[in-house]
Design a protein around this ligand. Structure first.
Ligand SMILES: [Zn+2]
Length: 348
């Protein structure tokens, strides 16, 4: 079974193609955009574009390299997604465990259709970084490009326990080997560690047109109707879930509470569980940053500068909280403080 074809993003594909044609494609790209718009799928399209034996602006889909890419078995395509923390104590065993988790995730994705968000506690930890370095150190199996896709790069966690592995990863992104391409994806650039982000060229991936969502559903065999297509808001990942976006919904409720006064804020903070600071709470903060960044973009597109400035300052506050949340914080307290700070921005 192969992956469903990529629909939409034509303008972006054209831009990437002209960068390839003029030999100016940066070797480290950070693809950002709302959840479910197909950032990782676009990264795989770019991989296929470079690996295709015919080298056309649109990969042929028929050559051996295209087929291996679409079946996710191409030896020069390395797709990393967040995985559960390995249980083994030994570093080599941890790397093996991560490789097995990745293989299981790929098996799921080979089945076609949509793939969900990773579990809240899954991340790209030290063992994933080691595996990436190991694979990046090999030569191309088929003699051409090697493409490394790192989905949910916002889940790349700081590697305090092993600074040498963290530095090796940064060095790899700083000076990538010849004909190696690193494609990182995240909802917002601000969610990615500064050290990683500063080494990547940002590329914005926008929402799809409804026609593309419709075409995708037909190709993937996902039963849907016009209401569901509109509810998906240009994000295939939301289709068939009644437009459901649980973290986005939770983020919007938090922002309503910010506007709703002290009592509403206290209720919202109490609604946040005290445990899982790194899992669910981080996911909520990610969604809040995405929501506020979208508000900032739409306000600035509409020339509403004060609102754009407030939303952008809100993103910064969320990112600061997110950084603290990597340590030992009480999510209820952190959320209460954050909501008060956001409310103060509104009042200013
Ligand atoms: Zn091909």
């Amino acid at each position: 079974m192969s992956m469903t074809p990529l629909f939409g993003h034509q303008e972006l594909r054209d831009r990437l193609n002209s960068a390839i044609a003029t030999d100016r494609l940066p070797q480290v790209l950070l693809l950002t955009g709302p959840s479910g718009v197909g950032k990782q799928r676009l990264a795989l399209w770019l991989a296929q574009r470079l690996l295709c034996e015919r080298g056309l602006p649109e990969p042929c889909g028929e050559c051996g390299a295209c087929r291996r890419t679409l079946d996710l078995v191409h030896p020069d395509l390395h797709w990393f997604v967040p995985v559960p923390r390995p249980k083994a104590g030994d570093a080599d065993k941890q790397v093996e465990e991560v490789a097995e988790s990745l293989e299981a995730a790929l098996a799921d994705r080979r089945a076609g259709g949509q793939w969900g968000s990773p579990d809240g506690m899954a991340s790209h930890g030290i063992a994933s970084a080691r595996l990436l370095q190991r694979r990046a150190g090999l030569t191309a199996a088929e003699g051409g490009w090697r493409v490394f896709v790192v989905g949910h790069a916002e889940r790349l966690v700081p590697q305090e326990s092993s600074p040498e592995a963290a530095n090796a990863l940064l060095k790899l992104l700083e000076e990538p080997p010849a004909r190696a391409l690193f494609l990182l994806t995240a909802p917002e650039a601000g969610l990615v560690l500064t050290t990683i982000r500063s080494r990547a060229v940002p590329v914005r991936v926008g929402r799809l047109a409804d026609a593309d969502v419709r075409a995708w559903a037909a190709a993937a065999g996902v039963a849907t109707d016009e209401l569901a297509i509109r509810a998906a808001g240009g994000a295939i990942g939301r289709l068939g879930r009644g437009g459901a976006d649980p973290q986005g919904g939770a983020a919007r409720r938090v922002l309503e509470a910010v506007d709703g006064g002290p009592a509403a804020r206290a209720r919202a903070a109490l609604g946040q569980g005290v445990s899982q600071a790194r899992g669910d709470f981080t996911a909520l903060l990610d969604a809040l940053a995405v929501e506020l960044a979208e508000q900032a973009r739409s306000a600035s597109a509409g020339g509403r500068w004060p609102a754009a400035g407030r939303a952008a300052a809100g993103v910064e506050l969320v990112l600061e909280t997110r950084e603290r949340a990597q340590g030992n914080v009480n999510p209820q307290l952190a959320l209460a403080v954050l909501m008060d700070d956001l409310a103060a921005l509104e009042a200013a």
